[in-house]
Ligand binder design. Structure first.
Ligand SMILES: CC(C)(COP(=O)(O)OP(=O)(O)OC[C@H]1O[C@@H](n2cnc3c(N)ncnc32)[C@H](O)[C@@H]1OP(=O)(O)O)[C@@H](O)C(=O)NCCC(=O)NCCS
Length: 218
């Protein structure tokens, strides 16, 4: 699980990138001006906090859990499905300055079709804190998750389970709903998934045919 990313770069990597002045015009400045510009960045960030950045960790801290998940009961509105869900293997958190505003869990899984076996990246538990919604945070989070799947984990597609009301939200972000039966595991055995299942192919079109996921949903 830890091999998927180096511990040293797991958290704060993106945050630290903000501290460097970009190459290009800034680097062309005469030495004194460049040093002055660097000092301004180093003063500005501690005073005003970090700008928007991602952090990755194995599990949320207690404070992150409280802020991101502690605002309600059945916050994903999934209790009615009566499914057993799979824990994710890592957590992606979007921070606005010092505040965690949005998170989702990530994992890897095989998806078996008649004609193909695909490695998919699972996304689950997408949530933005009330009060921070409608600002594109969940969209940014999904884009970063897909970047990780494509560039770091080199997977074939993203896959998620959602409720009917969210299908349009994901479709607007180019996710496709699977219109075929998707078989998943539950403690009672294999069942046809009762929720919409959405995929985001990363390299080639999603193949036709029923899908078998040898896993609990996530
Ligand atoms: C769904 C959710 C993650 C969106 O977060 P966000 O940061 O506000 O999302 P963005 O700002 O990127 O996008 C906002 C869009 O989501 C839509 N949206 C938000 N909640 C929605 C819902 N319950 N049903 C349908 N669409 C919804 C908004 O209408 C808006 O649409 P627009 O892009 O056409 O304006 C957030 O509302 C949330 O945390 N909901 C509770 C947890 C949940 O249901 N998670 C989904 C699990 S699959």
């Amino acid at each position: 699980m830890n091999q998927e990313f180096g511990q040293s770069q797991m958290c704060r990597r993106q945050a630290e990138d903000w501290r460097r002045l970009p190459p290009g015009p800034a680097a062309q400045l005469p030495g004194v001006l460049y040093a002055l510009a660097c000092s301004l960045v180093n003063v500005f960030i501690p005073l005003h906090g970090l700008p928007m950045h991602f952090q990755r960790c194995l599990t949320l801290s207690e404070s992150e859990k409280d802020k991101l998940l502690g605002w309600g009961k059945d916050i994903f509105n999934t209790e009615a499905f009566e499914l057993t869900w799979r824990p994710k293997s890592e957590q992606l958190v979007l921070y606005d300055g010092d505040e965690p505003v949005s998170t989702c869990g990530l994992l890897r899984q095989h998806a078996e079709l008649c004609t193909a076996s695909l490695d998919v990246g699972g996304i689950g538990g997408v949530v933005t804190r009330p009060g921070f919604r409608g600002q594109g945070h969940a969209g940014r989070l999904l884009a970063e998750a897909l970047r990780i799947f494509r560039e770091e984990w080199q997977l074939d597609a993203g896959m998620l389970f959602c409720r009917e009301a969210l299908v349009a939200f994901y479709r607007e972000r180019d996710w496709q709903r699977l219109e075929v039966p998707v078989r998943i595991l539950q403690p009672s055995g294999t069942i046809t998934c009762p929720t919409p299942v959405m995929v985001y192919p990363l390299h080639r079109p999603w193949p036709n045919g029923p899908v078998h996921i040898d896993s609990l949903p996530w």
